[in-house]
Design a protein around this ligand. Structure first.
Ligand SMILES: [Fe+2]
Ligand SMILES: [Fe+2]
Length: 256
């Protein structure tokens, strides 16, 4: 088993973050440099026994780079699920193009958002969608049961986190995100990083009640890193700091 969470990783290059027996977690090099006008996103791929789970492939303009990078690690027709943590354009904007190149892949998205899929050009929704139950569930990829953990109202209703029991990575969508002018992919200094995570969490998370409930849920897991959909990966040394941050956060309606 090998982890690669080196602070020197380049956000605009793909990298294998974990490699075990027949199991791999890849960062897809999706974050553009900080000069870009769009919000940079972090997209990931899990390959287990040659079956793939693509996690939050991002917006329209990222598709050419991501499809190229994904193909380095798995044939596109071995992708079993394309997962979207919620319905926002920075998560789902590339969905129609992925449908073209991976027609066999099921679209795994919260059950509330399934009826929005026709707006992304999906015609045969019942055949294509894999609705994630509001109470959570499992995505079986290769031989790995990936746990789907409810993370509602953080910020979206019907938003989820994913837990990979092999790498022990927690993929958190819009939870743990950071926005600002920094160039690292893995958090180096937690105190510095708080500057970048505080504002988006204060604005986007609905209330302390929901952030606390999520913290309680994920505290029970052994977590080697938190992999959000924007900003930087939170390594093991800072996982407790982040969970404590979420427990104590005053945000959203708490501030009205
Ligand atoms: Fe979002
Ligand atoms: Fe987002």
């Amino acid at each position: 088993m090998e982890y690669n969470l080196n602070p020197k990783l380049n956000p605009s290059e793909d990298a294998v973050l974990f490699e075990g027996k027949n199991h791999k977690v890849v960062y897809l090099g999706s974050r553009e440099n900080s000069q870009s006008e769009s919000v940079g996103v972090l997209s990931y791929l899990i390959v287990s026994n040659n079956e793939g789970l693509l996690i939050d492939p991002g917006g329209y303009h990222l598709f050419p780079k991501l499809v190229y990078n994904v193909s380095k690690y798995i044939p596109l027709n071995n992708i079993k699920y394309i997962y979207f943590c919620h319905q926002d354009p920075d998560v789902c904007g590339s969905l129609p193009m992925w449908r073209e190149v991976c027609p066999q892949a099921k679209i795994a998205i919260g059950e509330l958002w399934v009826r929005f899929l026709p707006h992304f050009g999906v015609e045969n929704v019942e055949e294509v969608a894999y609705p994630l139950p509001t109470d959570g569930g499992t995505l079986n990829v290769g031989k790995t049961p990936i746990e789907v953990i409810p993370a509602h109202y953080m910020h979206s209703p019907n938003h989820f986190s994913l837990y990979d029991p092999i790498s022990k990575f927690l993929f958190t969508g819009d939870i743990g995100i950071a926005l600002g002018n920094f160039n690292y992919l893995v958090v180096k200094d937690w105190i510095d990083h708080i500057d970048y995570i505080y504002t988006p969490h204060k604005i986007l998370m609905v209330s302390n009640k929901v952030t606390k409930a999520w913290a309680e849920r994920v505290k029970k897991l052994e977590i080697k890193a938190i992999l959000p959909q924007h900003g930087a990966i939170i390594p093991k040394k800072d996982v407790k700091n982040f969970i404590r941050f979420m427990e104590n956060l005053k945000c959203g309606i708490d501030l009205i």
